[in-house]
Ligand binder design. Structure first.
Ligand code: SAM
Length: 215
């Protein structure tokens, strides 16, 4: 019994060692390749990539129920805006906070009849929305939308004429609807439609139906 336990412990240890070794090889390859391609910018990119706690649990404030209390609390806890107000990427309506220290801001519980004040998401979702540069009035398709991070971020960023959220998994689609209901006021729900299709069919079903597509 003891022997088996020790053996399995040794196996785990050597697996972790091997994983670390592989990781090191990949990292030095990245270092070589991207410092050549990106020059100085690579330093800040590699810093972000090597501190995942910074971007995994970002906090996106909900402009439809903005709370300066939450914002102050975030600042007190050492969170900072993903893009400073001086940056060309900063958008007043889309306030996303990140922290360099490990840990995560507590998720907000559902409160009947009250919109949530913030959404926890991977900051990469916010970057995808910024890259899309949705203009007010445009038709947007979120093709694989559950749990709804990019849909929520899109609605913080702009006022689309239509936001169509598609998710083919039944349970995840219910989760998506709940997210939308917890963050978006009822008066705006008419801008949002939800479907449960295989996203790959949407292009054929509605050719030229959307100005921007994310997933
Ligand atoms: C990584 S999650 C998407 C995250 C989401 N965009 C967000 O920002 O919160 C991927 C989702 O795509 C859905 N999915 C995968 N293949 C799909 C397909 N062919 N059509 C529609 N949804 C799909 C999965 O069920 C899953 O919910």
């Amino acid at each position: 019994m003891l022997f088996c336990h020790l053996l399995s412990k040794l196996e785990t240890k050597s697996k972790t060692k091997l994983q670390k070794k592989i990781c090191q090889v990949v990292l030095s390859h990245f270092e070589k390749q991207y410092s050549k391609e990106l020059g100085e910018v690579w330093n800040s990119i590699s810093q972000v990539l090597s501190t995942p706690q910074c971007w995994q649990y970002a906090v996106l404030l909900n402009k439809f129920n903005f709370s300066s209390e939450v914002e102050n609390d975030l600042r007190l806890k050492g969170y900072r805006l993903i893009f400073p107000e001086t940056s060309s990427c900063f958008r007043q309506s889309l306030k996303c906070y990140i922290s360099s220290s490990p840990g995560r801001f507590p998720a907000q519980k559902h409160r009947a009849g009250k919109l949530k004040e913030y959404y926890l998401l991977n900051a990469a979702s916010v970057l995808a929305v910024l890259a899309l540069e949705v203009e007010n009035g445009e038709k947007v398709l979120d093709m694989c939308a559950a749990p709804g991070g990019k849909s929520i971020a899109t609605l913080q960023y702009a006022w689309p004429g239509l936001l169509h959220c598609n998710e083919y998994d039944h349970l995840r689609s219910r989760w998506l609807k709940q997210t939308l209901e917890s963050f978006i006021p009822e008066s705006l729900m008419s801008l949002i439609t939800v479907s449960q299709l295989d996203g790959r069919q949407i292009g054929n079903l509605q050719p030229e139906g959307f100005d921007k597509v994310c997933n």
